[in-house]
Design a protein. Structure first.
Length: 126
C-alpha cells in the first residue's frame, strides 16, 4: 500500500516588515536608500517594492521601543544586510538620509553597522 503525500503548498516570500513608530518616515528612508517605490500605503503600514517582487514593509507600533544593540536589554530581533561596492560612500549616503553610525563596529574594513531612523541596526557589507 502506498501512501499519497500531497505536494507542498505554494509559499512565496512577500516581504520583511519592521515595526516602527512612523511607517511613512521609515519608508522614506529605505525608499531613498534602496531606490524602491511605495507599492502600498495606509496610515499604519507602508510597503516598498516592485510589482511581483518581494518587498520591505513598515508597520506602526504605538509602543515601539528601538533595539539597544549591542546591549541586549531590548533585543534587535532582526536586521537587514545590504551589499555595497564602497563602504565609505554608502555610509555617507545613508547617514545623509537619516541613518546613524553605531558606536560598535566589529569589522569596519568589511562591514559597517548603522541604525535606521527608527533605531533598527542594519549592516552595509562589501
Amino acid at each position: 500500500m502506498t501512501s499519497h503525500v500531497p505536494p507542498p503548498p505554494a509559499i512565496r516570500y512577500l516581504a520583511v516588515t519592521l515595526d516602527c513608530p512612523d511607517p511613512a518616515e521609515l519608508a522614506r528612508f529605505y525608499s531613498e536608500a534602496l531606490n524602491l517605490p511605495v507599492a502600498h500605503s495606509t496610515d499604519g503600514f507602508v510597503l516598498l517594492g516592485h510589482e511581483g517582487a518581494p518587498g520591505l514593509g513598515f508597520y506602526r507600533l504605538d509602543d515601539y521601543q528601538p533595539p539597544t544593540w549591542p546591549d541586549s536589554s531590548v533585543p534587535k530581533q532582526a536586521h537587514l544586510d545590504l551589499g555595497v561596492d564602497d563602504l565609505d560612500a554608502a555610509e555617507a549616503r545613508l547617514v545623509a538620509l537619516g541613518a546613524v553610525k553605531a558606536n560598535t563596529q566589529p569589522l569596519p574594513d568589511r562591514r559597517r553597522i548603522l541604525l535606521d531612523p527608527a533605531g533598527h541596526p542594519f549592516c552595509i557589507t562589501l
